[in-house]
Design a protein around this ligand. Structure first.
Ligand SMILES: Cc1cc2nc3c(=O)[nH]c(=O)nc-3n(C[C@H](O)[C@H](O)[C@H](O)COP(=O)(O)OP(=O)(O)OC[C@H]3O[C@@H](n4cnc5c(N)ncnc54)[C@H](O)[C@@H]3O)c2cc1C
Length: 375
């Protein structure tokens, strides 16, 4: 059987779009992207901190470390070559007195991964760099930055469309079966009709739904499970706009599986705090913000922001991470796998692509495109 498409990508978030863009770069044109929302970038990718992460936190040899560090370099080059708003501003990780050893361990981890631009800072050096920030010791990570993720996704989408890729919006993949030479997907269209399409390759980039999409063809026993972890953001009032020149992070909150309530800002200098991390029971996609967390955010941020008042904070927005973790502290990697060894040649699962997925997207896209072009 000759399939309708060489590649079908399920999900037009930053990861699916980065895969499409990488396929376009190697001149693979027979590509269909299926997205349940009316446009691209409406899932996890529309609700991130838009930080270009350095990759310092992740264990050596993990996918997160590999794809984040490679993806970060590719992303800076891509932004420069495609005039996408971004700034390589660096970040400062702040330690209190009792955390100095943990900060030094993080510094050593970064050095061991070849990050030779890291610098430990004294309290005075922190103050010189950021007059409104206090800390006993700091770690300067110059390779961290910010990016306009919406411009980035538009650019990926445009590159893909220019290569004659097809897009089906408002269309949800419902069923899947193996057929000779590939897979048949059943797609529910806006008119509720079921259409079928065949493809030699299926790239599962369905974000929060990626474990369910995998389960359409691969048993639950062989697919990692996602748990939703919600992150709340609070914004700071306009008087804090443009007061900072670096992003500022506490040490990671290992207990809750987050980077800690940190300070970031967008291209206009507007400052936000967060995200924190709370597991959502039953994986309900609930984006309401928990306003009662304002005091917790205020206390966490007051530990490192000088002169912060409680009424400087207002509820902003939330995002949901597709965590692979088993509700216990520890490190969970991305799940990136061509499932041929499980008996599903041509099926690629991208599951649990939480932070730093935006940073890693170009590198993930290129890896996937490499697998597709090998055959
Ligand atoms: C709060 C928060 C902050 C973050 N901050 C950062 C950051 O600062 N830096 C960073 O590098 N990373 C960050 N991340 C991580 C990053 O945002 C994600 O890794 C990335 O956006 C994931 O993209 P995706 O394409 O895999 O998922 P998505 O953007 O969710 O795309 C998946 C798409 O699949 C579609 N879909 C699902 N099911 C179906 C179906 N059955 N049929 C058709 N379509 C379907 C969905 O509608 C969705 O559009 C953050 C994440 C969160 C939650």
């Amino acid at each position: 059987m000759t399939p309708d498409y060489r590649v079908v990508i399920i999900g037009a978030g930053v990861v699916g779009l980065a895969v499409a863009r990488a396929l376009a770069e190697i001149k693979i044109e027979s590509v269909l992207i299926i997205e349940s929302e009316p446009n691209f970038g409406r899932g996890i990718s529309g609700r991130s901190s838009e930080v270009i992460h350095s990759g310092i936190y992740y264990p050596e040899n993990s996918f997160k470390s590999k794809f984040c560090i490679r993806g970060r370099n590719l992303l800076y080059d891509y932004c420069e070559n495609n005039t996408i708003d971004h700034q390589r501003i660096g970040k400062i990780i702040i330690a209190s007195e009792s955390q100095e050893n943990a900060l030094k361990d993080l510094y050593q981890l970064g050095i061991s991964k070849g990050m030779d631009d890291l610098r430990l800072l004294t309290a005075k050096e922190i103050k010189d760099l950021e007059p409104f920030i206090k800390g006993v010791q700091g770690l300067l990570v110059p390779s961290t930055g910010i990016v306009d993720s919406h411009q980035l996704m538009s650019q990926f989408h445009q590159r893909s469309v220019n290569s004659n890729h097809d897009y089906l919006f408002k269309s949800r993949v419902r069923h899947c079966e193996s057929v000779p030479g590939g897979y048949r997907l059943m797609i529910q269209s806006p008119s509720e009709d079921l259409e079928s399409v065949t493809s030699a390759w299926v790239i599962n980039a369905a974000g929060l739904n990626s474990d369910h999409i995998s389960n359409l063809i691969i048993s639950k026993k062989l697919t990692p499970e996602i748990l939703f972890s919600k992150g709340n953001y609070f914004s700071l009032s306009n008087q804090w706009k443009n007061r900072f020149s670096h992003l500022v992070y506490p040490l990671p909150d290992v207990k809750h599986g987050s980077l800690g309530i940190h300070l970031s800002f967008d291209q206009t200098g507007s400052v936000k705090l967060g995200p924190d991390a709370h597991f959502l029971e039953s994986n309900v996609e609930d984006y309401s913000i928990d306003e009662s967390l304002l005091s917790t955010f205020y206390e966490a941020a007051s530990a490192y922001i000088v002169g912060l008042e409680k009424n400087d904070l207002s509820p902003d927005f939330t995002g949901i991470r597709p965590n692979l973790r088993s509700k216990s502290p520890g490190f969970d990697d991305f799940y990136i796998s061509h499932e041929k060894d499980k008996g599903f040649p041509g099926w690629i699962n991208l599951i649990g692509i939480e932070s730093p997925g935006l940073t890693a997207a170009i590198a993930i896209g290129e890896e996937v495109a490499g697998w597709v072009s090998e055959v």
